[in-house]
Ligand binder design. Structure first.
Ligand code: ATP
Ligand code: MG
Length: 419
């Protein structure tokens, strides 16, 4: 639009100026010249009567003025005015009225290359045939063709340039989107116009800052968890020896719980980021997860409609599924897992019959350490990292995760993975 609108405007303005002034003027001048020649012939034959001289004047007109003239004595011009005149006929009429001043008739249509002009003289009709070229400037069309042609070329060149300018912007948008989805954007390079490069550099600086901040936080979490593990192990060993002391079992349970928590923190901090992507059968992964869930005492129905092999970080993805199934077992009694291909994606749904998650909390439960029931009591929930890890894993595979109401009464978690 930026290019086409001014271009068309320019074309219209220049065309109007051209037609209004240049074409009108040129046509009028050409018409005047023809009318002047005719006036000269008329005045010559009036001054020099006699057939012989008249013939010589006509010959002269044919040779030097490109006018083939004949005189029809006693003829009378029919009074038929010219209607629907084009510009040339109009200008010629005007010129003839000005310079000849006698009744006339112009026939511009009956012959394609000639124009016939009849003029009423006192005793007859002067019949003049002249070439259309004498009245018509053909260069005008050349002008219009040039105008349209050059603007088409301009438009094509401008389109190519604009495309090249838009490409780096699109690349920047893609990089930002990929970064948002947690994908690798290390191959992105700033290019294009200065402003676009500036935006790209700003984006890269921002990405650096975000990555650094996340790394600092996860490093800290990993460090704390790791450091706490050693004294905890020591404590466990000491408690093992306190076999007969009352309350030792409770203490053991608490220590196991803490170890489990630290394991969760560490898994989150590590993000299983170093694992390689390998083609993996989702059905066998789901079988294992369901089996493990049953061993933990869950009632699990597994329906695999179609299996699918896709590139996955298997350990990370298994952890994701385990976290989801663990939640379903913890908060519900019956768990139903369905998996199959829907359109161009592989979908896994995990339904339970627990209390579900209120709609306004469904975004929050993906945040680290968030629990709907926020007492931190280990009986009513866990650390609050399970869904965070699951969401990260799914998104890092280019998939989507969402929560909804299950027809079984509890929560439905739906994973949708691109095939
Ligand atoms: N299937 C579910 N039914 C009801 N509420 C759920 C379900 N899954 C998750 N929630 C809610 O979302 C919260 C966050 O879940 P998340 O798995 O992240 O943490 P968690 O299960 O409490 O701890 P853990 O880190 O041990 O998994 C839970 O505390 C719970 O309130
Ligand atoms: Mg959980």
């Amino acid at each position: 639009m930026i290019i086409v609108t001014p271009l068309i405007l320019l074309q219209i303005v220049s065309a109007i100026i051209f037609y209004e002034t240049h074409w009108d003027k040129v046509t009028l001048r050409l018409a005047r010249s023809v009318a002047g020649d005719i006036a000269a012939v008329i005045s010559l034959i009036r001054d020099e009567p006699g057939n012989q001289i008249q013939q010589r004047i006509f010959d002269l007109a044919a040779e030097t003025m490109q006018l083939s003239v004949s005189y029809h004595e006693k003829d009378v011009l029919e009074n038929s005015p010219n209607i629907d005149d084009d510009l040339m006929t109009r200008m010629l009429s005007r010129a003839l009225m000005d310079t000849v001043g006698k009744p006339f008739h112009i026939d511009a249509d009956s012959r394609s290359r000639h124009v016939i002009i009849d003029i009423q003289l006192p005793k007859g009709v002067l019949h003049v045939v002249t070439s259309r070229k004498r009245l018509f400037s053909s260069t005008t069309y050349v002008f219009v063709i040039w105008m349209v042609g050059t603007s088409l070329i301009l438009f094509a060149v401008a389109t190519i340039f604009m495309r090249n300018q838009v490409k780096p912007i699109r690349r920047l948008a893609d990089a930002a989107e990929n970064f948002g989805k947690g994908r690798d954007v290390s191959t992105f390079k700033p290019e294009g116009a200065a402003e676009v490069r500036q935006a790209a550099l700003a984006f890269m600086a921002m990405r650096e800052r975000i990555v650094r901040q996340i790394r600092q936080r996860t490093d800290m979490l990993a460090g704390v968890s790791h450091d706490l593990r050693t004294p905890l192990t020591r404590m466990r060993l000491q408690v093992e020896m306190l076999e007969k002391v009352s309350g030792a079992d409770d203490l053991k349970g608490d220590i196991a719980e803490m170890e489990h928590m630290l394991e969760g923190y560490l898994a989150f901090a590590r993000g299983e980021g170093t694992e390689q992507v390998r083609p993996t059968h989702l059905s066998s992964l789901l079988d294992t997860v369901a089996e493990q869930g049953r061993r933990k005492g869950g009632l699990i129905d597994l329906h695999i409609e179609n299996s699918c092999e896709m590139p996955l970080r298997a350990t990370a993805f298994k952890r994701c599924l385990t976290n989801l199934v663990d939640n379903a077992i913890r908060f519900g009694d019956h768990v139903t897992i369905r998996a199959g291909i829907r359109a161009d994606r592989y979908e896994i749904t995990i339904d339970d019959d627990g209390p579900g998650v209120p709609e306004d909390q469904r975004q929050n439960v993906f945040r680290p350490f968030f629990r709907v029931e926020d007492s931190r009591n280990p009986i009513t929930g866990g650390i609050g990292l399970g869904l965070t890890i699951a969401g990260d894993v799914v998104r890092s595979h280019g998939g989507e995760i969402d929560l909804s109401d299950s027809p079984n009464g509890g929560l439905r978690v739906r994973l949708s993975m691109p095939i």
